[in-house]
Design a protein around this ligand. Structure first.
Ligand SMILES: Cc1cc2nc3c(=O)[nH]c(=O)nc-3n(C[C@H](O)[C@H](O)[C@H](O)COP(=O)(O)O)c2cc1C
Length: 349
């Protein structure tokens, strides 16, 4: 673990000279391509140009204040303008540097190397066939790559069973092409690439907020299976983050789910909640240092007294409600998932 932390370090100048190797740029190797190539004769789909956007004029402070992760989407399609707006906001190209050594975009990137590509799994966008696409940022167009069988279920499963991901009208899938940054920054590149990715994702959050769409960063995904689905040459390029996007539905108020107000809930009766339950996996509730802890395999998380939670996978949940028999024994736990569906965990004993 400690070894991996070092990835976040930079160096003092003395150490820098010793450990950072000569770069390909210094060795006069030609710069890499800053956009993945595609067959010359591929038909490209026009997007709405940024000068023609009629949406996205919300005040900045409102966006910052309202931004939150949103995981529950309506089945309504996105419009082409909305998709164009999101692509422009996250990776729009403003200038290709004349030296050929980088690209200026709507987002900053270490050395203007912009080592990311944007793939889209499109389920519902007005006027577009469902399937896998890539944003051709240099000309602000879309490249259709292929159809994906059963895309909704496939993408949910490939997100560690976070099924809400697959249900979004569009899923942004960013890949990294590390050599673009490595060409100049060698071993310094990987921290920079991660920062570049975070910035792009935050722009997606804010751009969505500006046009009343919702998104959430998805760090849990099946790396090899998704790389394979996208036919990536993983020596060069691989998936690094997903983000489903859709028109969001208001989530249920938790007071409706719990059926009692938040202020009535205290830690006093914690011991009563201890127990083993089952759905696909064994789920244990234990009391540790005056906290109620949920345990699924190696995974543990402290629950708030009101049992508001947030974890991923098959148990993707917003909250849990404990129900008891007349004799006061724990009978079942009702889980409210990210899409406001309720499901029950039965007592395992
Ligand atoms: C790098 C990263 C990875 C994340 N991965 C997931 C994920 O796999 N599933 C999920 O439901 N939320 C995921 N999230 C969303 C966080 O849970 C969320 O941002 C956090 O709980 C704060 O909530 P907020 O965004 O509503 O303020 C991720 C966020 C980031 C930045």
């Amino acid at each position: 673990m400690k070894e991996r932390r070092k990835f976040l370090h930079f160096f003092d100048s003395e150490e820098y000279k010793e450990v950072v190797p000569e770069s390909d740029e210094q060795k006069k190797v030609s710069p890499p391509l800053f956009q993945q190539p595609y067959p010359e004769d591929s038909p490209l789909i026009d997007l709405i140009p940024p000068n023609d956007f009629t949406i996205g004029k919300a005040p900045f402070l409102d966006l910052v204040n309202h931004r939150q992760s949103r995981r529950k989407y309506t089945s309504e399609p996105l419009t082409l303008e909305e998709l164009s707006f999101l692509l422009w906001s996250t990776q729009g190209v403003k200038q290709v540097l004349r030296s050929g050594s980088g690209v200026k975009r709507t987002v900053p990137s270490a050395g203007a190397k912009s080592p990311l590509e944007t793939y889209l799994v499109i389920n519902r966008v007005t006027g577009l066939e469902p399937g896998l696409y890539r944003y051709i940022s240099f000309s602000h167009k879309l490249l259709f790559i292929k159809r994906i069988d059963n895309a909704e279920e496939t993408m949910g499963k490939l997100s560690f069973e976070q099924m809400f991901v697959g249900k979004a009208p569009v899923i942004f899938c960013w890949t990294a092409v590390p050599y673009r940054t490595e060409w100049r920054y060698t071993i310094l590149s990987h921290k920079f690439i991660a920062i570049d990715l975070g910035i792009v994702c935050q722009n997606l959050y804010l751009a969505c907020e500006a046009i009343n769409l919702g998104t959430v960063a998805i760090g849990y995904y099946e790396q090899n299976k998704l790389d394979e689905l996208f036919d990536l040459n993983t020596d060069e390029e691989f998936v690094v983050l997903l983000a489903p996007v859709g028109r969001y539905r208001k989530q249920k108020k938790l007071t409706e789910f719990f059926k009692y107000p938040k202020k009535e809930v205290t830690l006093v009766s914690l011991k009563k909640l201890e127990g083993k339950y089952k759905r696909k996996n064994l789920v244990e509730f234990i009391v540790k240092n005056d906290h109620l802890v949920i345990k699924i395999g190696e995974f543990e998380e402290i629950l708030e007294p009101y049992n508001e939670i947030e974890f991923i996978g098959e148990m993707s949940a917003r909250a849990m409600r404990f129900e008891f028999t007349k004799e006061g024994k724990p009978e079942k736990v009702v889980v409210l998932n990210a899409e406001d569906e309720e499901f029950e965990l039965e007592c395992a004993e």
